[in-house]
Design a protein around this ligand. Structure first.
Ligand code: NAD
Length: 292
């Protein structure tokens, strides 16, 4: 299959590499030269711009930071919906507003494209290992067309509902993740202040009722776990500003529906303080070091 892949960042690059490994012809594009170079070194073809990436592609995948980047890529006179072939299946894996995902998919449908939203969970380790969870929104037929490809990048592929439903699931999941990372960090810091070894504390809580993903697989305390951002100076991984964006999506979504998310709002405030203190580009588990 000929695949165009736009957005070769922390997540997009390993995802595109897994498609290459699976034997597909993948042409990638990113605004950052460093990312294009990394893809080319690994054997990927690179294009000069987004529209060239989509040329002749059976499937076009985007993995961009936020809603405005996705709108910019697909909509308007220079966007993909005007310049790509409507036979190309469009898959947006970025985490964006459910409303924007619906609007872009509606515009795509009007031009004759099939489009799905397919945000992911599992972090950069999941992207590298090809074990991501995909939360997919869109018509069942489009989801089934995409499934074999998604299975090359992920282990669990869930069809959540109509266009935008994948993003809604993702927003709920990441609000919970943001809260859990703060709670896990607080518990570890409290234990350390009491003189406990954070590794021993983590081992015990991982077998107790406080267990959760942040504690068990993405421990925020440096030195407890190898190969996680906390043990690499909080480099790479999932940026504080990306988590802040996702909490903003959750709070906005809740406000539109008059749903109550007091912890989501508090988490948003705490990540915002952390970002404003100059940590926006660090991995989100760096909230472990959040000052009062
Ligand atoms: P990233 O910032 O590492 O990568 C985004 C890439 O998109 C960058 O390389 C950037 O240069 C490129 N880009 C931006 N605008 C572009 C454009 N118009 N055309 C081409 N390239 C463009 O971000 P990431 O961590 O890879 O995250 C991507 C998305 O996945 C985000 O929506 C994020 O919320 C979501 N996500 C991230 C993780 C994670 O652990 N990092 C996990 C799940 C979901």
């Amino acid at each position: 299959m000929k695949i165009g892949f736009i957005g070769l960042g922390n997540m997009g690059l390993p995802m595109a590499l897994n498609l290459l490994k699976a034997g597909h012809q993948v042409t990638g594009f990113d605004l950052a030269k460093s990312q294009l170079d990394a893809f080319a070194v690994a054997g990927g073809a690179i294009a000069d711009n987004a529209n060239a990436t989509a040329k002749d592609a059976d499937v076009l995948i985007s993995m961009l930071p936020a809603s405005q980047h996705v709108e910019g890529l697909y909509l308007g006179d220079t966007g993909l919906l005007v310049n790509a072939n409507p036979k190309t299946l469009l898959i947006d894996c970025s985490t964006i507003s459910p409303k924007v995902a619906q609007a872009v998919a509606t515009a795509a449908k009007a031009k004759g494209f099939f489009m799905i939203d397919a945000p992911v969970s599992g972090g950069t380790a999941g992207a590298q290992a090809g074990t991501l969870t995909f939360m997919v929104g869109g018509d069942a037929s489009a989801v089934e067309c995409a499934r074999p490809l998604l299975e090359k990048m992920g282990k669990n592929i869930f069809h959540a509902g109509a266009n935008g439903a994948g993003q809604t699931v993702k927003v709920c999941n990441n609000m919970m993740l943001g809260i859990q990372m703060l709670g896990t960090s607080e518990a570890l810091r409290l234990g350390i202040a009491n003189g406990l070894d954070p590794k021993v504390l983590s081992d015990i809580m991982s077998k107790s009722s406080g267990r959760n993903w942040a504690l068990e697989l993405y421990n925020p305390c440096p030195g407890v776990m190898d190969n996680v951002p906390s043990s690499k100076g909080y480099a790479g991984g999932f940026g504080v500003d990306l988590m802040l964006k996702d909490l903003g999506l959750a709070v906005e979504n809740a406000e539109n529906l008059d749903a109550s998310v007091p912890l989501g709002k508090l988490a948003q405030q705490l990540y915002e303080n952390h970002s404003k203190a100059g940590n926006g580009q660090l991995d989100f588990s760096s909230v472990f070091n959040l000052k009062k």
